[in-house]
Design a protein around this ligand. Structure first.
Ligand code: SAM
Length: 430
């Protein structure tokens, strides 16, 4: 059989058989993951050192209060699991390109894949860092759910839907650890099959122009719901829609009190069958505290908002129901800025650094407190008018006193908290 050799980042992999999965288009996904992990692991290490210092100080002072998870610097362990590894390319790149990593487990269910991983690990001389594993991804994770065995980060990159792996994943990542999750079943998430979406993700998807952001918000609520079963909750760092897939990066924390805030981070979505406008109905109420970095961490609760009616307030057509969607922020702005700076300062590290910088710059500008967006083509398609220039629309919204941004998920997007009535008024006067 012929052997193919592929270079990507600092890795070179050999493929003896077409049966082991390799997709060159996912280079962007792998580059972005390395950039995210580079910032994450340095933070994670610093946090562990701080805990270890506090623990040592408490020991000296004879304080009873113990600090969980603190380790001496020498034994700081930052382990990553790539649960569905195929060729091992991603794991090898993590070993060679992500700082501070002490161990990587590259797992696959397919025997041929594991053989390929083993050969590639030797070829790239990373035997010291990478351990191969031939098992079902869920089994590997369940074996690591004890707090002393959990991973600092778990990467899930399956064919299609990742939800069958979530129960085990949310249990086997450390407190403050990272989950990196890809979903490629965009047809399901983007509204072609709302019933299947409910079965797989526990939410009804919708056919709408902002379906890519809806997909991200369905994915996030799905992870949160799995985490909540174990008194854990998510804090999204970065949520990306690209090519034919979505990719989310979320931190997992433990805390039953925080889980009570989940309903205030979720909404049902009422989509008008006439004008496509989407009104969100929060499942619970909360009053954002503007002094907090993450406004969803607030303690001040409000009663839930009154239910959205059967008919659309703008055009009086019936509503469709979708969701629940994650309606809290989907990115951490400060984290995104740091990843962006890292990529801009080191463009040679990544084959796709220009694209990463472009996407992250857009992400950073996104209005965090405005879930979803309008699109120019859909708005003007509804009224059978020629589209006005994007700039004109944006200035009109700004002039009316509302903020406006793009979403990275669509070139034609308009993200704004301006009421739908205002947007239609702008269109009518065009
Ligand atoms: N992460 C890889 C990369 O970046 O190149 C690609 C992974 S590929 C999309 C999915 C892999 O998951 C396949 O190699 C398949 O054999 C493996 N797989 C499918 N079901 C699995 C399971 N239950 N446990 C472990 N591996 C599984």
């Amino acid at each position: 059989t012929s052997q193919k050799s592929i270079k990507e980042g600092k890795a070179e992999i050999c493929l003896k058989t077409e049966k082991v999965f390799y997709n060159p288009v996912q280079e962007f996904n792998r580059d972005l993951s390395i950039a995210v992990l580079s910032i994450f692991t340095s933070d994670f290490k610093a946090e562990k050192i701080a805990k270890a210092e506090k623990k040592a100080k408490n020991r000296i002072l004879g304080t009873k209060e113990d600090v969980e998870g603190g380790e001496g610097e020498a034994e700081i362990d930052i382990s990553i699991l790539e649960a569905l590894s195929a060729t091992g390319l991603r794991s090898i790149r993590y070993a060679k390109e992500v700082p501070n990593v002490t161990k990587i487990v590259a797992n696959d269910l397919s025997e041929q894949a594991v053989e390929t991983i083993k050969a590639n690990v030797v070829h790239n001389q990373v035997e010291n860092l990478i351990e191969t594993s031939h098992d079902d991804a869920c089994m590997v994770m369940y074996k690591h759910k004890h707090p002393s065995k959990r991973f600092a980060a778990i990467d899930l990159d399956p064919y299609g839907c990742p939800s069958v792996f979530l129960d085990s994943a949310v249990q086997s990542v450390q407190d403050g650890g990272l989950l990196l999750i890809t979903a490629t079943d965009m047809a399901v998430l983007a509204g072609n099959s709302p019933e299947t979406c409910y079965c797989k993700y526990g939410a009804i998807s919708m056919k709408t122009k902002c379906c890519h952001e809806v997909a991200l918000r369905i994915m996030l609520q799905c992870i949160e719901s799995h985490a909540n079963r174990y008194s854990r909750y998510i804090v999204p760092l970065l949520s990306i829609s690209a090519d034919f897939y979505i990719r989310v990066f979320v931190k997992i924390y433990t805390g039953a009190i925080h889980c009570k805030k989940t309903t205030s981070k979720l909404s049902m979505a009422y989509q008008c069958t006439g004008c496509d406008n989407i009104t969100l109905q929060p499942l619970g109420g909360f009053k954002p505290n503007p002094t907090e970095r993450n406004p969803t961490q607030t303690k001040a609760y409000l009663p839930p908002a009154p239910p959205v009616g059967e008919f659309c307030a703008n055009c009086n057509q019936r509503h469709h129901l979708g969701g629940p969607l994650w309606s809290a922020p989907i990115h951490d702005e400060i984290f995104v800025s740091r990843v962006l700076t890292h990529v801009e300062d080191n463009p040679d590290l990544f084959g796709t650094s220009k694209r990463i910088a472009g996407v992250l710059s857009m992400v950073r500008e996104e209005l965090q407190d405005v879930p979803l967006y309008y699109t120019m083509d859909k708005l003007f398609g509804r009224v059978h008018l020629e589209t006005m220039p994007m700039l004109v629309m944006r200035s009109a919204i700004l002039n009316a006193g509302y903020k406006v941004s793009y979403s990275h998920a669509s070139r034609m997007s308009i993200k704004t908290a301006a009421p739908a009535q205002l947007v239609w008024d702008i269109i009518r006067t065009w």
